[in-house]
Design a protein around this ligand. Sequence first.
Ligand code: ADP
Ligand code: MG
Length: 280
Amino acid sequence: MKRNRDVDLMRLKEHLKALRLPTIQAECMKLAQECLAAGVDHLGFLLKICELELIERERKAAARRLKAAALPAVKLISEFDFTAQPTINRLLVLDLMRCEYIGKRENVLLIGTSGTGKTHIATSLAMEACSQGKRVRFYRVTELVTQLLEAREERQLSRIRGQLSKLDLLVLDELGYVPMGKAGAELLFDVMSRAYERMSLIVTTNRPFENWTEVLDNERLTGATLDRLTHRCHIVETGGESYRLKDARRRRVAKDVNKPEAAASKGPEQTSVNTERPGV
Ligand code: ADP
Ligand code: MG
């Protein structure tokens, strides 16, 4: 009898492998014993083991989606201090975290100076979209433009266009930091117009709209790009004062306050200056 059971088990594992059910294969013995002890019937066992397989499959798919999104870092919205950036419309950002804009193919534009949380919010939105089953890809604009220019050289544009067309959400970080030249701007415009009403875009920029002509190197292209991007678009203004700078200043104040001799010798009015060169 013992031998038959071993053979059965071996065949069962082979079948589960052929059916590509690795979690059931790994867990079936343990769960069968647990169900036997708890008096759970066959259907109950089958239900539980199928649920385990589905949960694990979804976990792996989410990890794959996250990897494919190529996010620059892990940034959670729960780590974002809205009180430090009062310009930001907190309710709008939290509403966007529900990802309904993606279903409606709407766009998000984050505008503000450097260090004000644009990339942080864009990354949090992208992470949430991944966890809701959306296909996401994060690019710094210069990275995408370089890839597009290279692909064009190698006559591979259709391949990259094909990859982009499968997305639900494309994040373009740092539009306007580096001028991209006429060819680059045209390729970027092409990506944005293909995305128009087919997927959502999140764009972060430090440039007000009136300066986009300098970035895109062409007035007609700028008008057309803005037209597509801002049609059905949520605009999040992140403001003017860098969080990094403010944070550095706050840390320095805290450090000085905790250092009695420094606080005593300097006085509070001198503790918050010169955050750029701490210790000088
Ligand atoms: P930007 O893209 O606007 O230049 P980032 O999003 O890269 O700015 O922000 C710079 C750094 O400061 C990041 O590490 C980010 O996580 C952090 N940061 C910015 N704003 C906040 C905030 N309000 N709360 C917490 N961290 C913040
Ligand atoms: Mg940024």
